[in-house]
Design a protein around this ligand. Sequence first.
Ligand SMILES: C[S@@+](CC[C@H](N)C(=O)[O-])C[C@H]1O[C@@H](n2cnc3c(N)ncnc32)[C@H](O)[C@@H]1O
Length: 321
Amino acid sequence: MLDVYMPMMKSSAIISAGRLGLFEALATGPLSVQQLAEKIHSSAKGTATLVDFLIALGYLEKQGELLANTSSTQRWFTSLGQVDYTPGLLWTHEAWPMMGGLAEAVRSGHPEKTLWDAMVTQSHLGELFSSYMAAFASDLGPDLLKHIPVSSGQHRLLDLGGSHGLHSIRFCQRDPQLSAVIVDLPSALTDTDATIAQEQLSERIRLVPGDLQEMDWGREYDLVFYLSVAHNHTADENRHIIERISKALGQGGLLVIHEYLAEAPLDALDAAFRLTLLIETGTQTYSYADYCHWLTLAGFESIERIDLNPRQKGSLILARR
Ligand SMILES: C[S@@+](CC[C@H](N)C(=O)[O-])C[C@H]1O[C@@H](n2cnc3c(N)ncnc32)[C@H](O)[C@@H]1O
């Protein structure tokens, strides 16, 4: 029972801290329980009870009579840290009730309603999911810049499933000759225009809302990003999409895939992610051999795999036409 009870309590305490803005309230310095309770508009009793558990979990620490974030909490869950994954806590709060239908998804083999359909009727879901993806993207950004070679002769970038736009923005900022087209579902693009405008890139990055499987993306691209999108499609769909990417790229063009590759045997994180996909989208992760097969069929050459560090960040696959 401890395997069931403790993860539930741990997860809900950390999520609640995120929802209450508790970690952010401590970001600028330690506070007493009373000061913290006032800052997060909560009762002293409730705050003290939550804080006790967060200290036991190693998320907060005592500094004399005051409370402070541990260095890891400050780093991952505040706006002053390296990456703020608070949107991930807010997203997990939404994902939690969805997991109540897991037994039914196992029985039927597919979700009752996909995440994308839920986002059409509950618009806040799309916004929240994109902010969560943006947190991942700011974590992953330096790896992409390091490993993806862009030459001065490459001008046109197609970012399929580009969502928040951060990847396109980062590359357009580094490589001034680049312009980008971002294709994604309307639910994922609610804030993207504003982010692009804030970075003064509206003239170089264009949004194309819609289902990437149904639309014409244009041609003669030098670079295509298919970043964390393949696991949202079936094997047949990926084979077809990669074939279309091949046709959309000019000779010598580069396709970059970012994915969480399915390796045998699956570790607990990989297997958990596949279970999430079963209930959210009805799709799955694929092996490196699957990608190599689809890429070769589509005429790609010099396929290269780069495993990121730490391993939980997934892998890049670079393939040239
Ligand atoms: C896991 S997120 C990755 C977002 C971004 N590429 C990144 O790496 O941070 C997957 C994205 O693919 C988009 N997506 C999934 N299926 C799609 C489809 N059929 N057409 C367009 N976009 C799609 C989702 O809306 C979402 O923004």
